[in-house]
Write a protein that binds this ligand. Structure first.
Ligand SMILES: Nc1nc2c(ncn2[C@@H]2O[C@H](COP(=O)(O)OP(=O)(O)OP(=O)(O)O)[C@@H](O)[C@H]2O)c(=O)[nH]1
Ligand SMILES: [Mg+2]
Length: 384
């Protein structure tokens, strides 16, 4: 019995610690689920929280997450780029359809507003291409952060444990800025350093572009260690298209698939780094109101009745002749009278009181997550 109680208290304390570390990001009962699912390992529960919950906004059900198995054999490809780089056009070319809306305006407004999956087959291999909104939408209808979060959700939930075969960056060669570096930085911030091996850069709209721009883009990709291909969706022959497709899928097959466990490994590194930063941080004063039980004496008045003797004086006939002559004498007796009273009774009453508990604690973990990520990314930065 005793050990059951102490285990329950220990678990309650862990839930409180978990809550403190995530800045009360979720209610205690959800925190308990994270801890239970991770065998009451605080670091593991925090990794799951910072990966799965922050990626999907959901508490994972048992078995969900890194360990679940893929349910189909399609290869997953995700497209990412600025608006109007040709993502949706490519989806239509690959799926031989007009399923994806293609932009017509020359403004920087994204035509595609949310990620959707398009299934097609190439040489007996089934593919799911995920086409989504363009980064840096001029109307800010979808923020860059939202776009990356959508991709994370697709991978955590939509893939059902399957790998990402290719993350395809589109670089239009008719614009005046190279985006490969910011694309990679954004992707690595979310998915970690391993994502780089899964990236393919497609240089689009090369036909009418300045050839120097195209070769400079190719050179930058090379310097960054990224595979790149030129791609033209418009005004090309059927034969040229087939050649392009062959090259595209050949290159995709050479990319290293990105696995769910890579996301978890990266998040684990962030959480562990955050714990290390927390350990080095100076203590901060923590003041919190703590409740405790106390017993106080309370005086209550209870209704009661007391019997009192009241002396009563009366005249009694005297004896003998004096009595016969009508003589009396004063006598005293007592009568019992009941009087209602309020009797004071002292009782012990249990009350809840509060006191200001002051302690020295480390700041909560969530304060170190971004510094930890930045430290890891600075390390990655040197390898771009
Ligand atoms: N010349 C040329 N034009 C292209 C190519 N790919 C797309 N376009 C044109 O570029 C414009 C934008 O194409 P989309 O496919 O809508 O671009 P997107 O990347 O999906 O854009 P958002 O959904 O806004 O992010 C359209 O007018 C296309 O016809 C290409 O390879 N060459
Ligand atoms: Mg589009």
């Amino acid at each position: 019995m005793q050990s059951q109680i102490s285990q329950a208290t220990m678990q309650d304390n862990m839930v409180t610690e978990f809550q403190y570390d995530i800045a009360n990001g979720i209610p205690a009962e959800k925190g308990r689920i994270f801890l239970e699912q991770n065998g009451w390992d605080l670091v593991k529960a925090l990794v799951q929280y910072y990966t799965y919950y922050l990626g999907t906004g959901k508490v994972p059900v048992v078995g969900q997450g890194a360990s679940s198995q893929p349910t189909n054999n399609s290869k997953n490809i995700i497209f990412l780029s600025n608006t109007r780089a040709g993502k949706s056009t490519l989806v239509n070319k690959l799926s031989n359809s007009q399923a994806a809306a293609v932009g017509t305006s020359s403004l920087g407004r994204s035509t595609t507003l949310t990620y959707s999956s398009y299934n097609f087959t190439y040489q007996n291999q089934s593919y799911n291409a995920y086409d989504g909104p363009g980064l840096n939408d001029s109307d800010c209808r979808v923020s860059n952060q939202d776009i990356l979060k959508q991709i994370l959700q697709i991978m955590l939930v939509g893939f059902q444990g399957a790998d990402l075969q290719g993350l395809v960056f589109f670089q239009s060669c008719t614009t005046d800025s190279f985006m490969m570096r910011p694309y990679l930085e954004k992707a690595q911030a979310i998915f970690g350093p391993e994502i780089k091996k899964t990236v393919l850069v497609l240089l689009t709209k090369c036909k009418n572009a300045n050839p120097e721009f195209v070769s400079e883009a190719t050179e930058i990709c090379k310097q960054m260690g990224l595979k790149c291909l030129q791609w033209e969706s418009i005004d090309i022959t059927h034969q040229e298209m087939e050649q392009q497709k062959r090259k595209l899928f050949e290159t995709i097959s050479t990319l290293t698939p990105f696995q769910m466990k890579d996301i978890h490994r990266y998040r684990q590194e962030i959480v562990e780094k955050a714990f290390a930063l927390k350990a080095q941080a100076p203590d901060c004063k923590k003041e919190e109101l703590e409740e405790y039980k106390d017993t106080v004496q309370d005086i209550k008045l209870v209704k009661d009745i007391v019997n009192v003797s009241v002396p009563v004086t009366y005249q009694k006939r005297r004896g003998g002749i004096a009595g016969l002559a009508g003589g009396t004498k004063a006598c005293t007796t007592s009568v019992q009278v009941c009087i209602p009273i309020d009797r004071p009774v002292i009782t012990n009453v249990e009350v809840t009181k509060q006191y200001l508990k002051k302690s020295q604690v480390k700041p909560p973990l969530h304060q170190f997550i971004e510094p930890a990520r930045a430290a890891i990314l600075r390390r990655i930065d040197n390898t771009i």
